[in-house]
Design a protein around this ligand. Structure first.
Ligand code: NAD
Ligand code: MG
Length: 352
């Protein structure tokens, strides 16, 4: 078992290890004295792990108000959010109780936003069950839902009181979800240190989950503690994401997030080599890592098409955008460019 402590506006532990779910009630009782807890999970995850969590909560005297939603991004919606708040009211959840997210980033973002806003804030516990949620969405306090007009258009920064990552739950993850998580792990290896990049070559991530997740969480912790509200250094976490989001949009979301981010990292790194910002060794090593995890580094979309799609990115302010550019393995810089120069970067990165 490994614990990473995050000292953001709220201080909390991220506990990572096998077999934690069966003791979740006790871990939760140690940080929140609650009588009830809203247990928020999708149908797939609940059928796999809901029973174990309910049993453990009962042993600690916590009564669950169970809320199960259909799996998938569409449930991160205003209507599901409204139904969840209603269920919390009907179940008699008080402000001294808690909301528990059991699942991937969808459960975490939805339950977190409900926790942030229910009677102006109830304690929130994250139990991530996807690799992406373990290394990314469960830590750092971003919560929210999608509106018809776009992703994450309503949200709040709201840190959890505890993140409990039971690595045994990741054993049932479909291959596609594993790859999504691996792309984010490679992103952390490129922006942070802790010898993560080398580690990904020694053994596959899935045979050393505890260590790899702890290192990713430590890298995210270091960044979030310096810039909790995403106005500066936290943008490093967007490495590969400007191009990645554009690929997702252009493919009408048929290219999964992780694969899109993988291509985004590859293109920007190749451009960085052409512009003399990093050595060809960095590009070679990244390509090798992506290959090892069966992640792509090419796309058929042209530089013009992707640059045009990227102009709608909500991270763009005015006529400039911040690109995250590698200088070495484990070190990236934030480079401010006029947004009209993005297409040139993408061509330098090998796109037509
Ligand atoms: P998800 O929550 O939809 O999970 C993906 C799929 O895996 C679902 O179908 C789910 O039922 C299934 N699943 C989950 N755990 C499983 C398990 N252990 N075994 C078998 N199946 C399992 O998606 P995700 O990829 O975890 O998260 C994506 C969401 O996270 C997006 O909405 C994204 O915007 C958000 N996100 C948020 C942050 C943040 O900082 N808040 C960061 C990154 C992404
Ligand atoms: Mg991402």
């Amino acid at each position: 078992m490994t614990t990473v402590t995050v000292a953001a506006s709220k201080k909390y532990d991220v506990i990572i290890g096998g077999g934690l779910l069966a003791d979740a009630g006790q871990y939760i009782a140690d940080v929140v004295s609650c009588r009830k807890a809203a247990l928020v999970s999708d149908d797939t995850v609940f059928s796999l792990y809901g029973g174990t969590l309910q049993k453990s909560l009962a042993l600690s005297g916590i009564e669950p108000i169970t809320f199960i939603f259909p799996h998938g991004e569409y449930s991160k919606s205003l209507s599901v959010y409204g139904t969840l708040l209603g269920a919390m009211c009907d179940g008699g959840l008080s402000v001294s109780d808690a909301v528990i997210a059991l699942g991937g980033g969808v459960a975490g973002d939805l339950a977190g936003f409900a926790a942030a806003t229910y009677r102006r804030g109830t304690a929130f516990i994250q139990i991530p069950t996807t690799l992406l949620a373990a290394v990314d969405s469960s830590v750092g306090g971003k919560t929210g839902i999608n509106l018809e007009r776009g992703k994450n258009q309503a949200g709040a920064f709201y840190q959890p009181s505890l993140v409990l990552c039971d690595t045994d739950t990741l054993k049932t993850l479909p291959e596609r979800e594993y790859k999504n998580g691996c792309a984010e792990i490679i992103k952390y290896a490129m922006i942070g240190g802790y010898g993560l990049f080398e580690e990904l070559f020694d053994l596959p991530a899935h045979v050393q989950y505890e260590d790899v997740i702890a290192k990713c969480v430590a890298i995210k912790r270091d960044i979030v503690e310096k810039d909790e509200r995403d106005t500066g250094i936290r943008r490093l976490l967007n490495f590969g994401h400007t191009v990645g989001h554009a690929i997702e949009v252009c493919s009408r979301y048929t290219v999964p997030h992780g694969e899109a981010v993988a291509v985004g990292m590859a293109v920007i790194t190749s451009a960085a080599v052409r512009f003399g910002i990093c050595s060809a060794d960095v590009e070679r090593a990244l390509y090798e890592a992506l290959g090892k995890y069966s992640l792509p580094r090419k796309t058929a979309f042209s530089a013009e098409v992707l640059a045009a799609a990227a102009m709608n990115d909500k991270k763009i302010r005015g006529d400039r955008l911040t690109l995250i550019v590698p200088e070495a393995i484990g070190r990236c810089a934030m480079t401010d460019i006029p947004k009209v120069e993005l297409a040139e970067w993408l061509r330098a990165g090998g796109l037509k």
